[in-house]
Design a binder for this molecule. Structure first.
Ligand code: DC
Length: 222
């Protein structure tokens, strides 16, 4: 296996930018596992746009659908079959469905081999919710990025406004709090701080400062 830098944390903690920039600086590939989950959600959204609650589908029905999904991912760009869905998966509606679908063991099991296959080929910076605990428990380096819900909601709000989405700060905060609750309390691979992860509270830091801390830590222990 190649070197893996595993980065976990809640939504809006800065994982994506930090992971992308750390990967660039080290010449590693960048693996955004949230994008893989989002691509699965986008597939379900497109096929069953009226279905909001997947509890109405049986495991077998979900499994049958998963078999039809072909995900291609390369350094942050993601394709469903040959459709580039990199921007489409960022819609808050898709985020909501992703958060629900990602609680299902069947979906997590489906994405597990795909996630690990990336690290077989190239040194990788992998970010998500269970990189340090479940997918890459033996990762070379582990980090947990955190920040207060208000700060994460502010960042998420500004990011979505930049993408032209129609959202208020209050909605962003409600979304962050709900998602935190779902990501941390789910039975399968919940978000938690791994004992051997280096914890960084990014609330009062700029992204550049966080990137520097991660790179310094990697270089120190290399
Ligand atoms: O990081 P993100 O916001 O793109 O993630 C979208 C959703 O996917 C989020 O609700 C948590 C889930 N997710 C997960 O359960 N496990 C991962 N490794 C990555 C994301």
């Amino acid at each position: 296996m190649k070197k893996v830098i595993a980065i976990d944390g809640p939504s809006g903690a800065g994982k994506s930018t930090v992971s992308r920039e750390v990967a660039k600086a080290l010449g590693f590939q960048y693996l955004d596992t949230g994008a893989l989950y989002r691509a699965v959600a986008y597939y379900f959204f497109k096929k069953f746009s009226s279905i909001k609650d997947f509890s109405s589908m049986t495991e077998q029905e979900i499994q049958n659908e998963l078999k039809n999904i072909t995900i291609n991912y390369h350094n942050g760009k993601i394709f469903l079959s040959d459709e580039d869905v990199s921007d489409l998966i960022r819609d808050p509606k898709i985020g909501e469905i992703t958060s629900q679908l990602s609680t299902l063991k069947i979906v997590r099991n489906y994405l597990m081999p795909l996630q690990r296959s990336f690290a077989e080929k190239e040194n990788t910076v992998a970010e998500g919710r269970d990189m340090t605990t479940v997918v890459f428990p033996d990762a070379w380096k582990k980090f947990y990025l955190d920040a207060s819900p208000e700060i994460r909601a502010r960042r998420r709000f500004e990011q979505l406004i930049r993408l032209g989405k129609n959202i208020t700060f209050e909605e962003a905060l409600k979304d962050v709090i709900e998602r935190d609750k779902r990501d941390s309390s789910r039975e399968n691979a919940p978000l938690k701080i791994s004992n051997d992860a280096f914890y960084i509270d990014t609330s009062e830091l700029t992204l550049q400062e966080v990137i520097e801390i991660v790179l310094k830590k990697v270089a120190e222990d290399a």
